[in-house]
Write a protein that binds this ligand. Structure first.
Ligand code: SF4
Length: 245
């Protein structure tokens, strides 16, 4: 894959590889300790190819891993895990859930089934925000009161976004656009950033840019999972970890 790439084109190509009708490729279902305990489905396929992605190999070759699951199967697997472990949180991770219309429809059905079966639960949509910002109509449909949307920003400005995500810098603003749309709709959504890759002044600059863009929710700072493949890819993309962390 030539870097930088057009992430919309990559998203559409990836969607064709990971979706068959309503079914999507997944490689695992598990109970995860994050957020205090959450039933988790690991899907395959992303519009970006981030240097720090722990699922890098699967997202690099999305058609070569996992097996197809219908939205009903995904929801059922997650509900079973949630009931067994007394979790009231659900998510899909390791990938981008929204690659285009058909993956969005798959996700929508999964959320709908879970929320109907478990009305007191919450679904956390972990997304890079690209398609939700690019295709505004998709974000407008996310009006579930039990939905929380966490948008992982890949850089503090267009340059760092391109270096980290592999996507061309002109697409930097779409995740911000998604946040703005969701906030306007009254959906609980917030931005997140990997703290380890940036200096404190860079993080402050991003906070100002978010405010300037009209985004009110607070920036969540997360930590880098230092798997060998992550460190190797960061080195390959010439991304250094600043000394102040
Ligand atoms: S957006 Fe997330 S899933 Fe996609 S490549 Fe980046 S870290 Fe991996």
């Amino acid at each position: 894959m030539q870097i930088p790439f057009d992430p919309i084109q990559r998203s559409e190509e990836t969607e064709r590889k990971v979706m068959r009708g309503e079914d999507r490729l997944y490689h695992k279902f598990r109970a995860a300790p994050y957020y205090g305990g959450i039933a988790t489905a690991d899907a395959i396929g992303c519009s970006f190819l981030c240097a720090f992605c722990w699922n890098y190999r699967r997202n690099e070759n999305p058609g070569s891993f996992g097996r197809l699951y219908s939205p009903e199967d995904v929801a059922e697997n997650l509900i079973k895990i949630g009931r067994r472990r007394s979790f009231s949180l659900f998510r899909i991770t390791g990938s981008e859930p929204v690659l285009g219309e058909s993956s969005f429809n798959h996700l929508f059905k999964v959320i709908e089934i879970i929320i109907n079966a478990e009305p007191h639960s919450k679904f956390i949509l972990e997304t890079n925000g690209l398609m939700l910002g690019y295709k505004e109509g998709l974000a407008q449909r996310l009006n579930f009161p039990q939905l929380l949307v966490r948008i992982a920003l890949k850089g503090v400005d267009p340059g760092s976004f391109e270096k980290i995500s592999g996507a061309k810098k002109e697409f930097f603003h779409y995740p911000l656009q998604a946040l703005k749309i969701l906030e306007k709709l009254g959906v609980k959504a917030w931005p997140a950033l990997l703290e380890d890759l940036f200096s404190n002044p860079q993080i402050e600059k991003l906070k100002h840019s978010l405010q300037g863009f009209g985004i009110e929710s607070e920036l969540e700072l997360e930590y880098l999972e230092r798997y060998p493949i992550v460190l190797e890819n960061l080195k390959r993309r010439r991304l250094l970890l600043p000394n102040n962390h």
